[in-house]
Design a protein. Sequence first.
Length: 406
Amino acid sequence: MSNTITLDYSIESSAIRAEIAQLQPQLVHWRRRLHQYPELGFQEILTADFIAEKLSDWGIDYQTQVAKTGIVATIHSNHEGKVLAIRADMDALPIQEENQVAYCSKHKGIMHGCGHDGHTAIALGIAHYLAHNRDKWQGTVKIIFQPAEEGPGGAKPMIEAGVLTNPRVDAIIGLHLWNNLPVGTIGVREGALMAAVECFKCTLFGKGGHGAMPHQTVDSVVLGAQIINGLQSIVSRNISPIDSAVVTVGQFHAGTALNVIADTAKMSGTVRYFNPKLEKLIGERIEAIIKGICESHGAKYELDYWQLYPPVINNSRITQLVKSVALEVVETPLGVVPECQTMGGEDMSFFLQEIPGCYFFLGSANEGKGLNYPHHHPRFDFDETVLSLGVEIFARCIEKFADFTI
């Protein structure tokens, strides 16, 4: 692996103003520094220290240790106005990185495999720009550096800690670098952008025995197989075909030997949907199916079901603001993808339940450079030329927000 860091500072969009384009080398440097020292949720101590150091250098007021490791920076312009929040998550994933790059993770078994290092670098970039151009915009901007998006979730604890008050935030925006879209593309839509995330674990209690004498047993593997098949009917027969939903069993464990019928089996899975009205329905149907099949076989069960994140629902007015900016900074309208959705989840949803806001995707893949591995892959990486574009989008949203009616 080479020890030489080759930087690509090329900016493809002419819409990026000079003072932001000039930040590109620093944005890359900050992103790679963060990438080398990734930290898991609520353990982002080095990350928070790095952010605090930069904010202090720029004379920005900030609060540390919000929801353990979070930071909230508050930047006032020289003109009164509304309060807009920008949210950036900063945690990494428990993945061993396989990229052969000079800025590869130095923390074994941990890597920024979802672009949060880029989100944090972009947030630092807009903080730098705002602090050095206080006459060019109005009001106040709160930059929320959030821990633990990948789990168990840092947004809700930050809200409970009061990040949306003192001063009260009027609206919030955030972005996710997105390797499902090419660099320079922006995915933004009103309504549901990302899905609710719910999880379940179930243990089935049958009666074990010899594989040659099944009549003496209650086979937990047969139970599990019937339940898994039964769960697939929830989306196809209990949910309107107009709505989208997913029920996935990702784990199934049972048995110790090929000729022994297992007395217990364990399964776990995830549920995804866009429509908030489905919040209770799917969980109730899952338990009804498990209960019915177990009772018919004389078996018992234990089910643990919980909601991780609600769906990400964008406010129509703030989405119009972001979309208007997107149309300004991309080369053609074809660069704005209005129907970009994913069944992936995000705890940005908790902020959007509290105040109007918009979460959008900023395309970051570049197949020509080999930077198109999917999120959470051990070789995930993205085209860093997108960093200054992210700062430009935030800057324009802030400037337009002053005259924008929610």
